[in-house]
Design a binder for this molecule. Structure first.
Ligand code: AMP
Ligand code: MG
Length: 492
């Protein structure tokens, strides 16, 4: 161990979830993973929990982050939950391959640490309790990338692999991600007790979550209705943030919806590239239930599912309806705020809807790259078309682009926009670097050949998504032709 650094094994763990009655979980140990190796660690996530990142490569820590040795005072457990999958009630699910170690105190409050891929649990159903290296690297990178984008998310501390084979479409190798969040309680955790008609447990869970994460709601006349409303608000804002960066979750089942309004359970997610509002990032989602365009209404649908589950506590259907009713307005307000910021507009005007609709129509018709479009938009001059070229190049229909750029310029002039100031502000909210599928794929393929350098490099790039990064320009480039063949599915 170096200096005064704390080994991961020695972290002062607590476990408040384990203080819930035994029906909420099963206490168990992770299944050891043979000959583990560290693939990558997030220095900023490590610092958040008081770990020196260098420590994670040491043997003791490595044993801890794959579950081969359990830290003292942690009370490992797998939690039970249920959920709606693709709109259909799926019954009991639960942590089929995730094991909660407990929580550690941080500057941001207690953070739970969970090992994802740490072996069978009573909730594994047909699964093997493992996660493959491919999906683990994707979850690790995207968690940290989303955090750097300022979007609420679970974090990822580390990903460690083993040559132990696991069968998916082909034989792959296994990995364990240590992920962190204040809680991993989901909408489906509430649905579980509602559908089992166990209102006592439902209340215990709601009281636990409210007391711990929404204590201010205790003062409200109906704390459960207030809770539903606040989760609805957070969900609406979260989905707006996803839409604004072109993030598609891919599997917005109610068991993947965080009760804190954070992005949770990274699987077949994707970032919008050639814009198509109907884009489906998950190859297993044949009907496009979770397409980009559908995400906002799915967020609302999921809140309805939560409302249904909370109804015995909320009491009145009207109160639940009222709580759910905030979704649309919160979503639209947040979306409007974010889009105005993306366009560098300080003021909101009635005519902006048309400007935005035309813009999305143009992006759609030309399949322009979503990230590059907004990033290059900051380079436009408000008075002349002299700086249009890099942006204009993204469009096949140049006259249509020119017409839109003209109205955008007029709109900028109408509020006395100052180009240099606007560029600065826009570059702080339109990322240059996002986790494009092909970037993840390159890092994954190298990692599968035991070269982990690209995962680390990609993490470094994605930790500063808004900065110009000389030397890393290639990470902001359009995807290569082979990327169109990439398919991500629920298989992970
Ligand atoms: P997901 O679609 O990844 O959110 O997973 C849905 C449910 O399946 C959750 O209860 C997971 O814990 C479980 N699950 C997914 N993959 C596995 C696996 N390989 N082994 C055990 N359970 C799994
Ligand atoms: Mg899940």
């Amino acid at each position: 161990m170096t200096g005064t650094a704390i080994a991961a094994l020695a972290l002062p763990f607590d476990n408040s979830f384990a203080s819930l009655p035994p029906a909420f979980y099963t206490r168990l140990m992770p299944t050891p993973l043979p000959a583990p190796y560290l693939v990558a660690a997030s220095p900023s996530a490590a610092r958040l929990i008081g770990l020196d990142p260098a420590v994670l490569a040491e043997e003791d820590s490595l044993a801890a982050i794959v579950g081969n040795r359990v830290p003292e005072r942690s009370k490992p457990l797998a939690a039970v939950y249920s959920g709606h999958q693709f709109g259909v009630w799926a019954g009991q699910l639960g942590d089929g391959r995730a094991i909660l170690l407990g929580e550690v105190a941080t500057a941001e409050g207690p953070m739970e640490l969970q090992l994802k891929g740490a072996g069978l649990t009573p909730y594994s159903r047909m699964g093997d309790g493992r996660a493959v290296l491919r999906s683990s690297i994707r979850e690790f990178l995207c968690s940290e990338a989303m955090h750097a984008l300022g979007i609420p998310t679970s974090r990822a501390l580390s990903v460690a692999g083993s040559d132990q084979g696991v069968v998916r479409e082909t034989i792959e190798t296994s990995a364990v991600v240590v992920r962190m969040a204040p809680t991993f309680v989901r909408f489906g955790s509430f649905e579980h007790w509602y559908y089992k008609r166990q209102e006592g447990e439902l209340k215990i869970l709601a009281d636990y979550v409210i007391d711990r994460f929404y204590p201010e709601l205790r003062e409200k006349q109906n704390p459960y209705a207030a809770f539903l409303e606040e989760v609805t608000r957070r969900t609406a804002r979260l989905v707006a943030q996803w839409q604004a960066v072109g993030f598609m979750h891919g599997v917005l089942n109610t068991d993947n919806m965080s009760i804190l309004g954070q992005t949770l359970d990274y699987g077949p997610f994707g970032f919008m590239e050639a814009f198509n509002s109907r884009h489906i990032c998950n190859h297993s989602d044949q009907n496009g239930r979770y397409s980009y365009a559908n995400q906002p209404q799915i967020g609302h649908w999921n809140c309805y599912a939560l409302a249904q589950a909370l109804l015995p506590l909320v009491g009145e259907v009207d109160a639940a309806q009222e709580a759910l009713g905030v979704y649309q307005e919160v979503f639209e307000d947040k979306m409007s705020e974010l889009l105005h910021a993306k366009l560098g507009l300080r003021e909101q005007r009635d005519s902006d809807r048309e400007l935005l609709d035309t813009m999305f129509g143009l992006l759609q018709a030309n399949h322009a790259d979503f990230t590059l479009f907004f990033r290059r938009l900051s380079g436009l001059h408000s008075t002349d078309a002299g700086g249009d070229e890099p942006l204009r190049d993204l469009f096949i229909d140049r006259p249509a682009f020119d017409a839109w750029a003209g109205s955008y310029r007029a709109r900028l002039q109408a509020e006395g926009s100052v180009d240099a100031e606007r560029k600065l502000a826009m570059d702080r909210c339109n990322p240059k670097y996002v986790l494009r599928n092909y970037l993840a794929q390159v890092a994954i393929e190298k990692a599968q050949n035991k070269d982990f350098s690209e995962v680390a490099r990609l993490l470094q790039v994605l930790e500063r998504p808004f900065d110009e990064q000389p030397g890393n320009e290639s990470y902001a480039a359009l995807p290569p032709d082979w990327a169109s063949e990439l398919e991500v599915s629920c298989s992970s």
